[in-house]
Design a protein around this ligand. Structure first.
Ligand SMILES: *Cc1c(COP(=O)(O)O)cnc(C)c1O
Length: 410
């Protein structure tokens, strides 16, 4: 978003006009920003054989999935439903990696039938899979490296108390199971969590993976998951992609030399690709002064954007309607009957009823976690592409709320 001539714009499109055209609340995504982020990652790893698998769960709109495919991305899916969305978006089965957690063998069989790449994350499912398929379907294994990293315990997935992955301490059991059923292990995967800052953490995890990888003879790829941190506010430290890229690619190349084969290196970024590209446009319905604070109540809430309440996430907010206005301190809240604070004690240009308030970093885990709580409609979604705002999901209606209800007569 840029401020030009007193107007906040994306690719020359005024956000105020987007709100006029599509109403509020509305999610707006900037295709150029997504492209730029894609390029940052793809260029950071030099001449390594890199594959980027967009983590679909962060933003599942089919047009966004198609957009990322047009940039060259593959897809990472955590449910069979995401796999179907990916196929609808035009991804070839072999471009889709399916990394479920805690699913039954039936769902994995469905994924096998669709021809997507399979990543297994428990010893019991590995044995069930081996019994059913033997070595006929190549698989990847998700390991748990027992590294505590990430911005918040809820988004850390690689520590000892996490439900994800097969413990690296169970390597002997993994190898026994693989041998018993003749399972064809083509890749190893670790996803340590979200919001990891330090290049050294990625390197630590990579080294754990390299150690384990030596025990497998038929590998084609190593997958380091994701966890890249983006900026949520001015001055935030973010993952230095260039540093991660140069350190990891050097380590990876020397691993490949020792392994005797050039493997593919995979990453599965979600947040890094789409977080900063998204804005939630809302309208101020209420300005309420209390003895303690001044509240701005907007026409959205934790039903549309739950990250502040769920992860204590910081989302910057901007008053789009009063760009040069005097700054005051506000607590911005939603309209849900529940405490749903978007941000406390924020400096913003003076807010009047009817002003448009944009919530930043609304691309990842915002719409995809939205609900109908309080029987509110989920927002529409708009993509700004080639300087043009285009609708990519309609706003819901009463029909969407009632369609699946079975209404009894009394
Ligand atoms: C959620 C998830 C990701 C994406 O994480 P980000 O922090 O959004 O980049 C990648 N891989 C797997 C397996 C995931 O579950």
């Amino acid at each position: 978003m840029e401020l030009i001539g007193g107007e906040y714009q994306v690719q020359g499109v005024k956000l105020k006009e987007v709100a006029e055209q599509f109403g509020t609340p509305t999610y707006v995504y900037d295709a150029e920003k997504i492209k730029k982020q894609y390029e940052v990652i793809s260029q950071a790893f030099g001449d390594v054989n890199l594959k980027i698998k967009f983590a679909a769960k962060s933003l599942t709109n089919i047009s966004i999935l198609k957009l990322l495919r047009s940039y060259g991305s593959d897809l990472d899916c955590v449910s069979i439903q995401e796999v179907y969305l990916g196929l609808m978006a035009g991804y070839q089965p072999q471009e889709i990696l399916y990394t479920p957690n805690g699913v039954a063998l039936e769902e994995i069989e469905e994924a096998v039938a669709l021809g997507v790449k399979i990543n297994l994350d428990s010893l019991s499912i590995l044995a069930q899979f081996g019994e059913k398929f033997g070595g006929s379907i190549p698989i990847g294994l998700r390991l748990n490296p027992h590294v505590m990293a990430g911005g918040n315990k809820k988004i850390s997935t690689g520590h000892a108390g996490s439900k994800f992955g097969i413990s690296v301490y169970h390597l002997d059991k993994i190898l026994d199971t693989v041998k018993e059923y003749g399972i064809d292990v083509r890749g190893l995967h670790i996803h340590t969590g979200s919001d990891i800052l330090d290049a050294e953490v990625f390197l630590t995890v990579a080294n754990i993976l390299f150690d384990v990888a030596k025990k497998f003879e038929n590998l084609g790829f190593l997958d380091l998951g994701s966890g890249f941190k983006v900026a949520y506010k001015e001055g935030d430290i973010t993952t230095d992609m260039e540093e991660v890229g140069s350190k990891i690619s050097a380590a990876f190349k020397s691993f490949c030399a020792g392994y005797g084969k050039d493997l593919e290196l995979w990453f599965e970024p979600g947040k890094f690709l789409v977080s900063e590209a998204g804005y939630l446009l809302t309208q101020a319905n209420v300005v309420k002064e209390t003895p303690a604070t001044v509240f701005v109540g907007v026409n959205s809430g934790l039903n549309h954007l739950i990250r502040p309440m769920m992860y204590d996430a910081y989302h910057e907010m901007i008053n789009l309607s009063n760009s040069g206005g005097k700054e005051r301190i506000y607590t911005v809240v939603g309209y849900i009957c529940e405490t749903d604070t978007f941000g406390s004690d924020r400096k913003m240009a003076e807010v009047n009823i009817g002003d448009l308030i944009a919530v930043k970093n609304a691309g990842a885990y915002c719409f995809s976690m939205a609900s109908n709580y309080n029987s509110r409609f989920r927002p529409c979604e708009v993509l700004i592409h080639n300087g043009e705002a285009r609708l990519i999901r309609e706003r819901e209606t009463m029909e969407d709320l009632t369609r699946k209800q079975v209404i009894l007569d009394f």
